[in-house]
Design a protein around this ligand. Sequence first.
Ligand code: 3NM
Length: 217
Amino acid sequence: MKFSTKPAIYFIMGSQSSTEKGPLEVLETALKGGITHFQLREKGQSALIGSALLNFALQCQKLCRNYSVPFIINDQVELACKIHADGVHIGQDDRAAWQVRKKIGNNKLLGVSVHSIEEARIAIENRADYVGMGPVFETFSKVDAKKPAGIKGIRAVKNEFPDLPIVGIGGITSENAVQVWQAGVWGIAVISAIANATDIGAQIAALQMPYKEEIKK
Ligand code: 3NM
């Protein structure tokens, strides 16, 4: 099945995301810890390009395959097609979602970052499988992040499109994750909470715990 409705712990990382451990070590530990989705997001001044990026992407993909976790690539549609990634995630400034859908076909996941009901409507019309909404809280991982919108924006989109899978992103930690789950998201996406955790397995468990403990009440 292309799309899992199981609550998602969606880990995003680039080759530079972790301050202490090597990225492949971080990824493998996160996979062991139970992440359900992985997105390779290679950005910034020291971003890998060309064959270095290709090699890094292939290494990440191999690890994800070992744990049967979908491997999704941010923005770089050609790379995703070339290595048969499981999905692509794009922002509002990237290529139009319908063009990406046309290029990747129906079997790959397509995620789109949105910030309003209108953008969510367009993403649905363009056959996105899920939308990312953020930043929910203040984030230090995205240089051009918008002002934190809290969970209000998520609730508004959820209200308008109850069946649309929404992933909350931006500044999510084990302390505030429960608020995001309570807004009705399908998943939460994080970079630093996992990439910089001392104990990645415990961090992932803590991100999941609010869902299990509190939402089902
Ligand atoms: N997109 P962290 S915020 C990649 O608002 C990304 O669309 C965002 O990193 C958005 O979990 C963000 O460390 C960074 O805050 C998320």
